[in-house]
Ligand binder design. Structure first.
Ligand SMILES: *Cc1c(COP(=O)(O)O)cnc(C)c1O
Length: 360
């Protein structure tokens, strides 16, 4: 297990990334934060958190790195309007709207009402503030979003606009977006080396673009680290084939000859809880522990559930105190405010328990 990477290997990957158009909008590098109080609270490995919740663009998150590549392509294509969509509390849409604004582009969003409906809170509130044109569809099915995206592009063209469709479900978009996390691995390798630790595992929320990009980066840099993604959704099919497909397509964009056998990919969907976007007890507990121990705020959809997974790995003895791990905080924190009612019951119960124990 070594994070030492020869200079020429680093510069080779850097040069390959430089061949792809990119904007420089995200606040980078993000901090790599040591979390000794969390380790102590869990009696577990040494934990570092890669603070990708601090990338800027209307409250941060992993989409900022991804969009630097995707919106650069939109600008290169001469677009004047970004068209994209997902759920009403989508972090992707919120950061796309912020980056579009920064680049002088209009933005049209197609949003499924999803778990949290059309309440003007969290990411949706920010979409409005950023001046996005929002179209709702009454559905939880993201395939319906894809159909509506195509209609939106047609309408905009008829009006004389030059729309650029960022379909977050298309391999073409995902493989381009994943380059942001190839670059993040270069950044992480440099930080890990300067701290002088050798993490055996990287844990990341999500089961898609972010783990695929990290995997390509680690492979290109020949870092023998185990990357495990914690899925926010329980899919019918095995996610590993999809992550492998995004990784392969992303590596191809960099002309890297690399193979990503799905069997070597580690993805865990045991911490989804009832369903995507629904707050689980384990997630609420993880959010509270992280806030208590380190003053770091996790989100209720992705990073809280992934941290619930890491906590369970530690408590069940899958990780020892001799190890060092990196947890990537992918952001999503604006969604927290759409979950106030779900969290309130749990948080208020805790404070009254504390009162029962007397003053301290
Ligand atoms: C989108 C998102 C993820 C998942 O990222 P992928 O790139 O799709 O793997 C994880 N965490 C947060 C907070 C997100 O918004």
């Amino acid at each position: 297990m070594s994070w030492h990477v020869p200079g020429e290997v680093r510069s080779d990957l850097r040069d390959r990334l430089r061949t792809i158009p990119r904007l420089r909008v995200a606040h980078l590098p993000t901090p790599l934060e040591h979390c000794p109080r969390l380790s102590r609270a869990l009696g577990g490995p040494e934990i570092f958190v890669k603070r990708d919740d601090c990338t800027g663009l209307a409250f941060g998150g992993n989409k900022a790195r991804q969009l630097e590549f995707v919106i650069a392509e939109a600008l290169g294509a001469g677009a004047d309007t970004i068209v994209t969509g997902s759920g009403s509390q989508s972090n992707w849409c919120r950061q796309a709207a912020a980056m579009a604004r920064k680049c002088g582009l209009d933005v049209s969003l197609v949003l499924a009402t999803g778990e949290k409906g059309a309440q003007c809170q969290g990411n949706l509130l920010l979409d409005y503030l950023l001046g996005a044109d929002v179209t709702f569809i009454e559905s939880r099915d993201l395939h319906d979003v894809q159909m509506a995206l195509a209609d939106k592009v047609t309408q905009l063209r008829e009006r004389g606009a030059r729309p650029y469709l960022m379909n977050p479900f298309a391999l073409e978009t995902k493989s381009l977006a994943a380059l942001g996390y190839v670059d993040a691995m270069l950044e992480l390798q440099e930080q890990v080396s300067s701290v002088g630790v050798e993490p055996s595992h990287v844990y990341v929320p999500g089961a898609n673009i972010t783990p695929a990009g990290l995997l390509v980066g680690a492979t290109a840099l020949r870092i023998a680290v185990r990357i495990t993604s914690f899925s926010p959704v329980r899919w019918q099919e095995d996610r590993r084939a999809d992550i492998a497909a995004v990784a392969s397509a992303s590596a191809a964009r960099l002309s890297l000859a690399a193979d990503f056998p799905p069997g070597d990919i580690s993805n865990d969907d045991s911490y989804v809880g009832e369903r995507y976007g629904h707050l689980s007890d384990a997630c609420a507990d993880a959010m509270r522990l992280m806030a208590d121990a380190e003053g770091i705020v996790l989100d209720p959809v992705y990073s809280g559930k992934a941290m619930a997974g890491l906590i369970d790995y530690i408590r069940s003895g899958r990780l020892t105190t001799r190890e060092t791990v990196v947890f990537v905080h992918t952001g999503g924190t604006p969604a927290l405010f759409a979950y106030a009612a779900d969290l309130e019951a749990r948080l208020v119960r805790v404070s009254s328990e504390r009162e029962d124990q007397g003053p301290h």
